[in-house]
Design a protein around this ligand. Structure first.
Ligand SMILES: C[S@@+](CC[C@H](N)C(=O)[O-])C[C@H]1O[C@@H](n2cnc3c(N)ncnc32)[C@H](O)[C@@H]1O
Length: 302
């Protein structure tokens, strides 16, 4: 099966509703992935509309392009303009003019394509090389981090980005186990150093893998840069919708929107984050940790 077909976008209906798509507007999907949300936006746009999509993963970008090409072919003369950009979304202000955007969506984290393919190295469920880079064209991969940074740095990053209390013990075991070259080897080292406790519902390596992934991809800095750039790019009454998957991401979104609201830049539309309903959680386990926050840009100029 084509990966775009088995993929289920998280909080799809809710995210699209918050964007309030107007057929002739410009909408940005900062995290195309397999283009589930992007297809929803494209189908609500008309020929005067413009969909701009980002993904820094070349493989995801190619699949998103193929899917959106099919949608546009089907829509024929009613299809919107589509522009795809294979760069990190932190570069957004270089690609779009101030006050030119009607809606912006970001669905953070890893796509099912990245997670499910062992060779991408994101998952401990299947053995693969320790890569974890979303942008496979550049930057150090997880193997370099695991094998080259000091034990102290490793412990700090596992603590900070994985919220892992047993980070020192885990870092010590990793350093002793070097060279660590595969996801399976790393998962075993972590599980031995910090075995699952009775109350744990997650695999003992989950937090360490999350930490490495966030570090390798500078994920939190990316989110901060995007949320800083967004107010300038959005028109008055334009909407922002962001979906996060763990507390570190959600905290950045919550704090940034609250601070913006205090300055009169945002009107917050979700006093509490929107979460998936029972039915979606049953259908798509990934949606269990998803939190959607949305805001509307006020008319205040920057
Ligand atoms: C959760 S998936 C998005 C799924 C998408 N909403 C869909 O419906 O298929 C996140 C995607 O965003 C991309 N991504 C994550 N951080 C990024 C960043 N800073 N810049 C550009 N793309 C990023 C990842 O490569 C991944 O493909």
């Amino acid at each position: 099966m084509n990966p775009t077909e088995r993929h289920v976008p998280v909080l799809f209906k809710e995210a699209i509703e918050f964007l309030n798509v107007s057929p002739s507007g410009t909408y940005v999907d900062c995290t195309l992935g397999l283009a589930g949300h992007a297809e929803g936006i494209a189908r609500r746009l008309g020929p005067k509309g413009h969909l701009v999509g980002f993904d820094r993963d070349p493989e995801a970008l190619a699949l998103a392009k193929a899917r959106l090409d099919r949608v546009c072919e089907e829509l024929g003369s009613q299809a919107p303009k589509v522009t795809l950009i294979g760069e990190a979304f932190s570069t957004i202000a270089r690609h779009l003019e101030a006050a030119s955007v009607n809606g912006l969506l970001a669905d953070f984290g890893v796509s099912s394509l990245q997670f499910d393919e062992a060779y991408r190295g994101f998952s401990f469920q299947a053995d693969g090389p320790l890569d974890m880079r979303m942008d496979t064209r550049s930057g150090p991969d997880a193997a370099q981090v695991v094998n080259e940074v000091s034990e102290r740095e490793l412990a700090d990053l596992i603590y900070e980005y994985g919220e892992e209390r047993r980070s020192r013990r885990i870092a010590r075991a990793i350093v002793r186990g070097r060279p660590v070259m595969s996801t399976g080897q790393l998962a075993r080292i972590v599980a031995q150093a910090a075995p699952a406790m009775k109350q744990d519902r997650i695999h003992p390596a989950t937090r360490t893998f999350q930490a490495l992934r966030i570090y390798v991809n500078s994920e939190l800095d990316e989110i901060k840069a995007l949320l800083e750039a967004a107010p300038k790019l959005l028109k008055p009454s334009a909407r922002l919708a962001v979906i996060s998957f763990h507390s570190l991401e959600d905290r950045i979104a919550k704090d940034s929107l609250r601070e913006g609201a205090r300055q009169g830049i945002w009107e917050i539309l979700t006093r509490k984050p929107v979460t998936a309903g029972e039915e979606e959680m049953d259908r798509n386990p990934r949606s269990r940790s998803a939190k959607l926050r949305a805001a509307e840009r006020t008319a205040i100029s920057l």
